[in-house]
Design a protein around this ligand. Structure first.
Ligand SMILES: NC(=O)c1ccc[n+]([C@@H]2O[C@H](COP(=O)([O-])OP(=O)(O)OC[C@H]3O[C@@H](n4cnc5c(N)ncnc54)[C@H](O)[C@@H]3O)[C@@H](O)[C@H]2O)c1
Length: 323
């Protein structure tokens, strides 16, 4: 059973990846400092509570568990916070990751799958975005992802480290069995916030109704977290089979507006959801939709749970388990 180091495996996407790895016959070894993650989300392998910038502990973990490859989900990832505290974002997401790469190199780990983001593209044209679109991040969070993609290119080459940078669009939904789900604090993502507002019996806050989109609200590409997890396992196999190091978009390829998501939630939950429309949020591009052709061809991956009703149904089922 190959052991995989899952950095940030106590978080939302990382915990779903641990489950997918276990189902595919790997042993996920989570390394997480629990800053935004949850120890009780680590259910499919051991948890090493540590910072990924702690070279000695990472090296020791690699040796102890016979790690053959890594997945790196660990990051601070709140856009507004990154604007307010850029140095903290560079320190964690960039400096910490460089130390993680150093530890992998020192122990001869030769493969890594890195969580990048659509935030590397910045303001996009409105058309589905291919991987060779210009990278123009408009906030420190997106910039830290762009910097690490560049570091992977050069350090990977020098160190013999094969890599995939998976640029997720909007992760959503929860484990079909309800074992894990989205638990960010604060929560900035639309679907959990709609569900939280419904639970609390208050109107959901929406931002901006005057964007140049068909209904005036922003359009995003939502992809189910378990589909993302499957893509990570596929990327690991792709690299093990000698696949070329590269970035790949992970999205459904379909755009849905904020208003369409709320309408879908009304349909799935079976009742109206009152909404309060506020002004635009700074730094929100009108439309971000993936062109996921590359991942489809090279990873033989296709999202199978990313229909909006499934996103909402699984997120709601998880939310309901939380008491
Ligand atoms: N959720 C999304 O929609 C989305 C979209 C695009 C990209 N991403 C990226 O995917 C990754 C996972 O996102 P998520 O939503 O699961 O976030 P998350 O906050 O739930 O998970 C991140 C995990 O990393 C851990 N971590 C952070 N810094 C650490 C450090 N220095 N040492 C050890 N552990 C550390 C946290 O404790 C947490 O468990 C992130 O890199 C994020 O930037 C997420």
């Amino acid at each position: 059973m190959d052991a995989i180091l899952v950095v940030g495996g106590a978080g939302y996407v990382g915990s779903h990846a641990c489950k997918a790895l276990a189902l595919a016959g790997y042993k996920p070894v989570t390394l997480d400092n629990l800053r935004t993650g949850h120890a009780d989300a680590v259910k499919w392998g051991p948890l090493v509570e540590a910072d990924f910038g702690d070279v000695e502990t990472v090296r020791q973990t690699i040796r102890e568990h016979g790690i053959v490859a890594a997945m790196h989900f660990g990051a601070l990832s709140l856009v507004a916070e990154s604007v307010a505290e850029p140095a903290r974002y560079y320190a964690n997401n960039v400096s910490g990751t460089l130390r993680l790469l150093e530890a992998l190199g020192a122990e001869g780990v030769g493969r890594i799958v890195f969580s990048s983001s659509a935030a590397v593209y910045g303001e996009a044209s409105g058309e589905p975005i291919p991987e060779d679109a210009p990278l123009n991040p408009i906030n420190p969070y997106g910039e830290t992802k762009r910097v690490i993609e560049g570091a992977l290119r050069f350090i990977g080459q020098a160190q013999g480290l094969a890599w995939c940078a998976l640029r997720y669009f909007n992760a959503a939904g929860a484990d079909e069995a309800g074992e894990i789900g989205e638990r960010h604090e604060p929560e900035t993502h639309l679907i959990p916030n709609v569900l939280k507002a419904v639970r609390a019996g208050r109107p959901v806050k929406l931002f901006g109704s005057d964007y140049p989109t068909p209904d005036g609200s922003v359009v995003r590409d939502y992809v189910h977290v378990a589909d993302l997890a499957d893509a990570h396992v596929a990327a690991l196999k792709f690299l093990a089979g000698g696949g070329e190091s590269q970035p790949m978009n992970l999205g459904s390829g379909e755009g849905l507006s904020v208003k369409q998501i709320v309408a879908a939630a009304e349909r799935v939950l079976g009742h109206p959801i009152p909404a309060e429309m506020g002004p635009r949020r700074a730094g929100d591009p009108p439309c971000l939709v993936a062109d996921p052709t590359r991942a489809k061809h090279r990873l033989h991956w296709a999202p199978s749970r990313s229909h909006v009703d499934t996103l909402i149904r699984t997120a709601q089922a998880f939310e309901a388990t939380r008491g």
